[in-house]
Design a protein. Structure first.
Ligand SMILES: [Zn+2]
Length: 229
């Protein structure tokens, strides 16, 4: 009986306390969404994977070995992407992860490549415990489910807890270079997509790509939902 009434309570609740769009802060018609349609079309796509000179490769030594480099949207420090990533990472708004996961799946499906699975960049266990989840897993699981391919959230482990932006670029790259370990052997011969939420220096993805490629049995592409200039 109570479960039958739940949708009615939910409707009443959202009538009095509507969920707000993370862009314009207007009430959302569909509570499972995180943006209104007007704000969604304002998101600035990079289309990097369609360019012959993809700028994501410039910051990564592993880029000649990578098949494709995706980043969905440009990140601006005070823009909608900033609000969305903040809500996903620090306010438990998992609908943002689902939104990005669906967009990522659409970009992967539209590309000419076939993917055998998605690998999430891990958080350090301490940080994951504190947050309760890894935001990259929500994006990756949604995309993998949409494409009917496996999501590997334990392929890598993070052995060093590196505080974000606490060091200079060079120092950070050096720390990150030894911050990850391969934990799970992936099926050989596959093409996998290594996924993180934001691309800034490229150091995190580069460190992860390097150890995955060192195994020498797989091919790899990378993706992030945001790209910071
Ligand atoms: Zn809006």
């Amino acid at each position: 009986m109570l479960s039958a009434l739940k949708p009615i309570f939910n409707d009443l609740f959202s009538l009095f306390f509507p969920k707000l769009c993370l862009g314009c802060k207007e009430a959302l018609l569909l509570p499972k969404h995180c943006l209104c349609y007007r704000c969604e079309i304002m998101l600035p796509p990079t289309y990097f994977h369609l360019l012959s000179e993809n700028p994501m490769g410039d910051r990564m030594s592993t880029s000649p070995q990578l098949k494709q480099l995706f980043s969905l949207y440009f990140f601006e420090p005070t823009g909608i992407m900033e609000s969305m990533l903040y809500a996903l990472k620090y306010q438990g708004n998992k609908s943002v992860g689902v939104f990005f996961g669906r967009k990522l799946a659409a970009a992967m499906a539209a590309s000419s490549a076939h993917f055998d699975g998605i690998i999430g960049v891990p958080l350090h266990p301490k940080r994951k415990r504190k947050r309760g989840y890894n935001q990259v897993d929500i994006i990756g699981e949604t995309a993998a489910k949409a494409l009917a391919i496996p999501y590997y959230n334990r392929a890598l482990s993070r052995t060093k807890n590196t505080p974000p932006l606490s060091k200079t670029k060079g120092e950070r790259a050096e720390v990150l270079a030894n911050a990850f370990r391969v934990k799970e052997t992936l099926p050989a011969g596959g093409h996998y997509l290594l996924l993180d939420d934001i691309y800034t220096t490229g150091a995190t993805l580069n460190a992860c790509a390097k150890i995955l490629l060192e195994e020498g049995r797989i091919s790899l592409s990378i993706a992030t939902v945001a790209y910071r200039n």
